[in-house]
Structures are given as structure tokens and as C-alpha cells.
Design a protein around this ligand. Structure first.
Ligand code: GLY
Length: 373
């Protein structure tokens, strides 16, 4: 039994629960929050049957009224069309201010359903129930919600903090290995930016396991000790996000450090055939490039780059720029990123494991050279 992590924000604080089997505690936790209205359960179509149905049954058995809606899997669902379908469903069936939206799925569901909760009736309660590693460690915590615009990702949205985040790590057992590996990129990122001990734990686990050349094999739910170990590691990574967003809810300062690897990662993701590279996969490439930029700027050692590369590979991630991608095009897209300030990219660069700086004076020629080599 672990204590809840707590996010503190200007609009109050909320618990973040990371545990195997945590979904069983949802009815009691909702009751403790005083949420007595209808629960609008939005789930990813891929998890609607496996987790949505038993969850709805459990909530109904506990006396809650539940309405359900499934959203097609994939980034394309973070769209105006899917958002409007949610509004039609919520408003058509009489949503009220005291109700809550439950977002069950990965980052797409959390962002889309979160934005519907932020905007319908000028905002109703939101509960984040992430079922992917990426969403547990990053997207579900911190209140960012929104949809994509044809001109870029996440350009329409709002900060809307959830009342509760409940991450049941048992749901990761059914997640495809590729998606799990993509999630490890964010876990490793949290180690690099703020928690050297987490980085070492990940190294130690990889050294103990016999994963072979391809790295991390997937979640073996039959291995209870491994599940417990992985859950503890994930919780430690989530704690980094909780601390950062509690100190900088609106991204006025420190929160941008969560963007480590994302400047180039987002550009690579956008340039690889209709988001064919998973977000975490692109972030891993971006982290490797950012660390190499840091070495070239004299900010960190080459040993950090090597350790980070070995760890990313151990968790099934590639670090090389995808074949055929033009470094010039990557740089051009990175310059359009919404985190660019006054035309200068704000780079998050490591100085040591567990510590980063934000710099806007990285020469473009250096970025080109790193991407080209
Ligand atoms: N995903 C980065 C953040 O929440 O700020």
C-alpha cells in the first residue's frame, strides 16, 4: 500500500494513484470526492470492452449512473469532429454541471475527453484513467487538454486539472509492446531531467533481465514481482511530473523541462508519414540528439549520451534519425514549434543525470551537424 501522490494547483490539489489493480478503488474514491452526478465514461475503442465494460458495471453496482461513449483509437481522433460528437452525446443526453467525465484510455482520450470536460457547460469535473504507459507518466497528469488543428498538434486546448488521476498498471499487460516501449521514453526522460536515482533503477532492472538484443520484452503479468517492480518505477517517474506541474502549473518556467527531447521529437513525428512514428519513439530520437547537442556545447559528458543511448535501447527504443528524413526539414518544423519564443528554439539540455538547463542560444549549424551525423 503506497500513499497517493498529490498535485497542488491554483484550483486545488488532487491525488494521483499508481498501483496494480487501482481501478477497483474508483467507486470509493469518486464517492470520497463527493461526485454524485452522472459519470460520462469516454473510452478508447481498443479498451472499451476489456476495461470499460467491467468498470461501468462496477460503478453501476456502487450506485452511480453511467453513460458510455467509445472513440476510435489513434491520434486522428483528437479532432474537431470527434470533439463535436462528444458534445452531441453529452448535451443530447442532458449533462449537468455536477457530473464528471471519466477519460479511460491513452493520451488521445485524456486530451480529447479532457477538453470536452473543460469546455462543456463551461467546465465539469474530469477524472483521468490512463491505460497506456505514456499517458500514466505524462499526459494524464498536469491538466493539459486539447485537440489538434490542421496547422499543428495540440494547438486548441485548455488547462483543466482533473479531480483524480488513477493509473492501474495491470492495464499495461494488454498494451502492445511497441506502445509500452514508446512509454519508457518518457520514464527515462524523467530520470534524465530530475531523478538520477530513477535512471539508475532503470539501468539496474535492464541489467538484471535477460531481454536480449531487442530490449524490453513486454509486460508479463504472470510475474507478480516484476509487475510490482515496474509499478514502483512508473510511480517514481509519475512523481517527477507531479512535482514539476505542482511548481509550475501554467508552464511559466520549470514545466518546459518536461519538453526534453520533444523539440526535435515533435518535428520528427510530424514528418514521418502521418504520425507513423509513435510519440515516445520520436522523443527517444530527440533525446539522443539533444544530449549530443549538450555535449557539443560543453554542457555534459559524452558518457551521459552513451548511458542514455544504452538505456533507451534496453527499453526497446531506437535513437537514430529515421532513414530518409531530411535534417533540414526537421529543423524547419522544429522552428515552427509553439514553444519557440521570439523565433528562438528553447532547448532543454542535460548538464548531468537528473539535471537540465534551458538554452535559446544553440547555433542552428550545430543542430544541423548533429542531425546529419
Ligand atoms: N507533456 C508535457 C507537459 O505536460 O507539460
Amino acid at each position: 500500500m503506497t500513499t497517493d501522490l498529490i498535485v497542488t494547483t491554483s484550483s486545488g490539489s488532487y491525488p494521483v494513484v499508481v498501483a496494480a489493480g487501482a481501478l477497483a478503488s474508483l467507486p470509493a474514491r469518486l464517492a470520497a470526492l463527493g461526485l454524485r452526478g452522472t459519470l460520462w465514461l469516454v473510452s478508447d475503442a481498443a479498451v472499451a470492452t476489456a476495461y470499460g465494460t467491467p468498470l461501468a458495471d462496477r460503478l453501476q453496482a456502487a450506485g452511480f449512473r453511467v453513460q458510455r461513449h467509445a472513440v476510435p483509437s489513434g491520434e486522428a481522433s483528437k479532432s474537431q469532429d470527434q470533439l463535436w460528437r462528444l458534445y452531441d452525446w453529452l448535451l443530447g443526453a442532458g449533462v449537468e454541471r455536477r457530473d464528471a467525465v471519466l477519460a479511460l484510455g491513452g493520451g488521445v482520450i485524456g486530451d480529447l475527453a479532457g477538453y470536452a470536460a473543460a469546455s462543456v457547460l463551461r467546465g465539469i469535473a474530469l477524472i483521468q484513467l490512463p491505460t497506456t504507459l505514456l499517458a500514466m507518466v505524462d499526459a494524464a497528469v498536469g491538466g493539459k487538454t486539447g485537440i489538434n488543428h490542421p496547422l499543428g498538434k495540440n494547438l486548441i486546448g485548455a488547462f483543466h486539472q482533473p479531480r483524480l488521476v488513477l493509473a492501474d498498471t495491470e492495464t499495461l499487460a494488454s498494451l502492445p509492446r511497441r506502445e509500452l516501449c514508446a512509454g519508457w521514453a518518457e520514464v527515462i526522460k524523467h530520470g534524465v531531467i530530475r531523478d538520477a536515482g530513477l535512471f539508475s533503477e532503470l539501468e539496474q532492472l535492464a541489467a538484471e533481465q535477460d531481454w536480449g538484443a531487442g530490449g524490453f520484452r513486454g509486460w508479463q503479468s504472470a510475474d507478480a514481482r516484476l509487475t510490482e517492480r515496474l509499478t514502483a518505477i512508473i510511480r517514481r517517474a509519475v512523481a517527477v511530473k507531479v512535482e514539476v506541474v505542482s511548481r509550475d502549473e501554467r508552464e511559466q518556467g520549470e514545466r518546459i523541462t518536461l519538453n526534453y527531447g520533444h523539440t526535435l521529437g515533435h518535428a520528427i513525428e510530424a514528418l514521418t508519414d502521418d504520425w507513423a512514428l509513435l510519440h515516445g519513439e520520436a522523443v527517444a530520437v530527440g533525446m539522443h540528439a539533444a544530449a549530443r547537442i549538450a555535449v557539443a556545447m560543453g554542457l555534459c559528458s559524452a558518457e551521459l549520451v552513451a548511458r542514455q543511448r544504452r538505456l533507451l535501447q534496453a527499453y526497446g527504443l531506437q535513437v537514430a534519425l529515421p532513414h530518409g528524413l531530411d535534417p533540414e526539414a526537421v529543423l524547419a518544423v522544429a522552428l515552427r514549434d509553439k514553444k519557440v519564443l521570439a523565433g528562438r528554439i528553447r532547448w532543454v539540455l542535460p548538464t548531468a543525470l537528473g539535471s537540465v538547463v534551458v538554452r535559446d542560444d544553440v547555433p542552428e549549424a550545430l543542430v544541423r551537424a548533429v542531425l546529419a551525423s
